[in-house]
Design a protein around this ligand. Structure first.
Ligand code: CMP
Length: 134
């Protein structure tokens, strides 16, 4: 059984899409095993996106993630990392399959609603960051 870290970013919360997005993961048969709402600190977001720190969009990305509430989830299931990334759709919503979260609800890659871990190693690192207390 695999697990992954998913974030519903501030635009998802602001647009009241949390319920619909959680429904898509659940209807697929995946299990949400942890869930919390938080306004993440700059330190947490910078650590989460450390691999992007030299990218031109890094400052904008940190401002976006820290501007409001985020819903952080742990989801478990067989092949969950690949499956959740498929449900989320391509990073660029213009490329995302219609029916995916980004295909259905997002327009631009700087506000693309969701994040999901891209490997088992990233998942364990990201779960530790977002769910370090208990
Ligand atoms: P995510 O899957 O969380 O991984 C990195 C994030 O950086 C990505 O989703 C987008 O929110 C953001 N991102 C990626 N490419 C760009 C870009 N060209 N401009 C702005 N933000 C981007």
């Amino acid at each position: 059984m695999e697990r992954t870290l998913v974030l519903l970013k501030p635009d998802a919360v602001e647009r009241r899409l949390v319920g619909r997005i959680l429904g898509l993961y659940e209807e697929k048969g995946l299990q949400i095993t942890a869930l919390k709402m938080l306004k993440p600190s700059r330190e947490l977001v910078e650590a989460h996106y450390a691999e992007h720190k030299d990218k031109p969009f890094f400052a904008e990305l940190v401002t976006y993630l820290t501007r409001g509430m985020v819903c952080a989830l742990i989801i478990e299931g067989e092949n969950v990392i690949k499956t959740v990334r498929k449900i989320n759709g391509a990073t660029d919503p213009a490329e995302a399959e219609m029916g995916s979260i980004r295909g259905l609800f997002a327009l631009t890659k700087n506000e693309n609603l969701v994040h999901a871990s891209d490997s088992p190693e990233s998942a364990e690192r990201e779960i530790k960051l977002w769910f370090s207390q208990g």
